[in-house]
Design a protein around this ligand. Structure first.
Ligand code: BT5
Length: 251
């Protein structure tokens, strides 16, 4: 049974993920920062983390016993919990495989999971979540203005950060326990309900080459299955998926 501790708040950290990775906190620790000076995405990309407006937090799981595949699946579990929490706030977000949270096709949030493995089992897993909440369009740097959004920008509504965090942590704890006790299959069905690109044409960029096809489903491991023009199925393990700006009929 996974149980989180009461969140610990910091005014500023380099990165909530780094802070948990570099220190020796107990299982279930939740670290929240008002701002991050070196917020990170995957592959050393930057996470824009201005003060006071958004949520930046990380959760530590010690010896959860997860295999490398389960650590990957944790991305999808986390995404389901986030969209479920948002749904309760009246916000219908969707998921871009594997780890982006979208609202009206723009990026509302991201997930960064980092782990320390030993003999194929996770000794330490840090789940980092960044969610754009009350940030206005003027607070989004120009290079992100086409791709990023916030709850405030999309709904015009101000959200109470503490309440939202509480809701998110409840849902995350619930879904980690469902995942741990009942396995990924339970999460998979939920995940597919929120995958906005299901049945759409996508381009997958991977190590310098790309595959175009229809996003059909995710398999029992959580990998994305796409079907190309020749009808061949491709199983996508990691990579950036981006949707083509035209639908499948070419309109
Ligand atoms: C992610 O990476 O989407 C994972 C982001 C995780 C951030 C959290 S905040 C708390 C914890 N502590 C950390 O240091 N990190 C985690 P990736 O899929 O690599 O996407 C990164 C890309 O998203 C960047 O290259 C930008 O294009 C874009 N981006 C950066 N900041 C953004 C923001 N605030 N909102 C939307 N998009 C953003």
């Amino acid at each position: 049974m996974i149980k989180f501790r009461e969140p610990v708040f910091y005014r500023e950290l380099t990165s909530t993920n780094t802070f948990l990775l570099e220190n020796d906190f107990p299982d279930g620790t939740v670290i929240v920062a008002e701002s991050q000076t070196a917020g990170r995405g995957r592959r050393s990309r930057k996470w824009h983390s201005p003060p006071g407006k958004n949520l930046y937090f990380s959760i530590l799981l010690r010896d959860p016993g997860f295999t490398p595949l389960q650590v990957l699946q944790l991305n999808l579990v986390t995404a389901v919990a986030i969209v479920k929490a948002l749904e309760e706030e009246g916000i219908r977000a969707s998921i871009k495989w594997p780890n982006d949270i979208l609202l009206n096709e723009k990026k509302l949030g991201g997930i960064l999971i980092e782990s320390e493995m030993e003999s194929n089992r996770a000794r330490k897993v840090v789940i980092g979540i960044g969610l754009n909440v009350n940030m206005t369009s003027g607070e989004i740097p120009p290079e992100l203005s086409d791709i990023a959004t916030s709850i405030k920008i999309e709904t015009g509504r101000e959200t109470n950060l503490t309440e939202l965090l509480k809701n998110l942590l409840q849902k995350l704890q619930l879904w980690y326990n469902i995942f741990k006790q009942e396995g990924f299959n339970h999460v998979k069905n939920e995940w597919e309900n929120y995958f906005s690109w299901m049945g759409k044409e996508v381009v997958v960029y991977q190590d310098g080459f790309s595959i175009t096809g229809i996003a059909e489903r995710i398999d029992e491991s959580g990998f994305l299955i796409i079907r190309d023009k020749e009808g061949r199925l491709h199983r996508i393990i990691v990579g950036d998926v981006s949707l083509r700006r035209r639908d499948v009929t070419g309109n």
